[in-house]
Write a protein that binds this ligand. Structure first.
Ligand code: BGC
Length: 475
């Protein structure tokens, strides 16, 4: 252990239980590029990125990492890295350009080849069915504000399950429905750019319904893989002990964590504090049958953890952790910094102990209803040059990952804070520097540096660190 309690590779390797999965995670829209190739239809993100001012620096996702044309090289990087599993998402509009009706075989073929390449490299595919790139034509019908989108999602899932159900080890229905509902429909800082504030809640409900219907579709297709979902979780703390800050912190916890986890795991929406109950009105009117659909038995539960949040009552200056949202100035609470923590390139607090705290929190909330857990995303961006000609010494990322994995293992190990949580694996976000949504190419999260002019991949020191961890546990 160093002075900062950063666990050494050997120490971490020893604490990895046999069968513990080390992986990396990625998302189609952030890496593939080829946004109009081989019959792919446009997504809400293609349209959003074209609106002036929506993406930092006016960056375009049209090429991104060009993974669509370079998947051989990227699978070779994964194999060399020695990960057990690769979590990636399928682009719905690449597979079903209109979001309904006919299936684009060339889109399916791309993923078919990718899955086979991964299997040939000894890497188990974890497939996310929706990571934010909704087919654009569906947006004209209301997108996720419309119930029909949930039903359409399930039809697309059925087509995918029929093709890949024999080879995919794990299925993730949705990635972070909270981000789509909140950033996309509530604040307008992500696609589709709507600023509906609490009027966005139907987009939460319909994604959750889509999750339930997708699980049913996967089971009906008899897929051999395990089925789960990935939710973002941020432990929420009041900025002070005043009653108002505590109420707003509870309300915020409901808004970003519990609205998504409670119905999936418990089959009901949470009770918000009475003072803010009217905000959540849309969720009180949902049919009971929907909640039964959403509450499907799952084989695992995916947790994406990046940061804790501190909430204060009243309108405040700060934006969302993802960027500044003018719409936020209309909300009666705001987020505050954690001055005690160092921050990432995005300005997010580096708070690894909160990962253990969070696992305790969800076990307390969901008890036996909590399936075994994967950390399906954990990682950080730090300022790095656009062009590199030698090694990339990303010491801070190594420390970040070692400390987050270390806390997750400690908490779930014997005598740990969350010893009763079964932790199955840890996925680093992410393999390649990529299109970081509204931040464009300005935030680099990769274990591998990407030069966005030449598309050259250069493994960073963190890549070699993760590889040494993977090797050390086998020794
Ligand atoms: C998302 C990723 C994103 C990462 C960093 C997660 O919320 O699932 O797509 O790149 O955060 O912002």
């Amino acid at each position: 252990m160093t002075a900062r309690d950063t666990p050494a590779v050997e120490d971490l390797a020893q604490r990895l239980r046999p069968g513990f999965v080390l992986g990396v995670a990625a998302a189609a829209f952030q890496i593939e590029g080829a946004v109009a190739a081989d019959g792919k239809g446009p997504s809400t993100w293609d349209a959003f990125a074209e609106q002036p001012g929506s993406i930092v620096g006016g960056d375009s996702p049209a090429i991104a990492c060009d993974h669509y044309n370079r998947s051989d090289e990227d699978v070779a990087l994964l194999r060399e890295l020695g990960v057990d599993s690769y979590r990636f998402s399928l682009s719905w509009p690449r597979i079903q350009p209109d979001g309904r009706g006919s299936i684009n075989q060339r889109g399916l073929d791309f993923y078919d080849r990718l899955i086979d390449k991964l299997l040939a490299a000894g890497i188990s595919p974890m497939v996310t069915l929706f990571h934010w790139d909704t087919p654009l034509p569906l947006e004209r019908d209301g997108g996720w504000l419309a119930r029909s989108t949930a039903e359409r999602f399930a039809s697309y899932v059925a087509a995918v399950a029929a093709r890949f159900g024999d080879r995919v080890a794990q299925w993730v229905t949705l990635n972070e429905p909270v981000s789509v509902a909140l950033q996309g429909y509530g604040l307008g800082v992500h696609a589709p750019g709507r600023k509906l504030l609490f009027g966005a809640l139907p987009a939460a409900h319909h994604q959750l319904l889509g999750h339930g219907l997708a699980v049913q579709a996967l089971r009906a297709a008899g897929v051999v893989g395990k089925v789960g979902v990935s939710n973002m979780h941020s432990p929420v703390r009041p900025a002070s002990n005043t009653l108002l800050d505590r109420i707003m912190a509870r309300a915020f916890d409901v808004l970003i964590n519990r609205i998504y986890a409670d119905p999936i795991l418990l089959g009901r929406y949470p009770n918000p504090p009475i003072q803010v109950r009217p905000w959540f009105r849309a969720l009180r009117r949902v049919p009971a049958a929907d909640l039964r659909t959403i509450n499907q038995p799952l084989d695992f539960y995916g947790v994406n953890y990046y940061y804790p949040v501190r909430v204060a009552a009243g309108v405040g200056p700060g934006g969302t952790p993802e960027g500044n949202a003018a719409a936020q100035a209309r909300l009666p609470f705001h987020l505050k910094d954690f001055p005690e923590y160092e921050t990432t390139g995005f300005g997010w607090p580096v708070a690894p102990e909160h990962l253990g705290i969070l696992l305790r929190e969800i076990k307390d909330r969901y008890g036996k209803a909590l399936p075994p857990v994967y950390i399906t995303e954990s990682g950080a961006s730090f300022p790095e040059p656009g062009h590199v000609s030698g090694p990339v010494r990303d010491v801070r990322r190594i420390r970040y990952l070692a400390e987050h994995l270390g806390h997750a293992l400690k908490a779930t190990g014997p005598g740990g804070l969350a010893h009763d949580v079964e932790l199955l694996g840890y996925y680093v976000w992410t393999l390649l520097d990529n299109f970081e949504w509204a931040a464009g190419y300005s935030q680099r999260f990769g274990l591998v540096h990407v030069d966005f002019d030449t598309l050259k991949r250069t493994p960073k020191d963190s890549y070699y660190w993760y590889r040494s961890l993977s090797k050390a546990r086998l020794a």
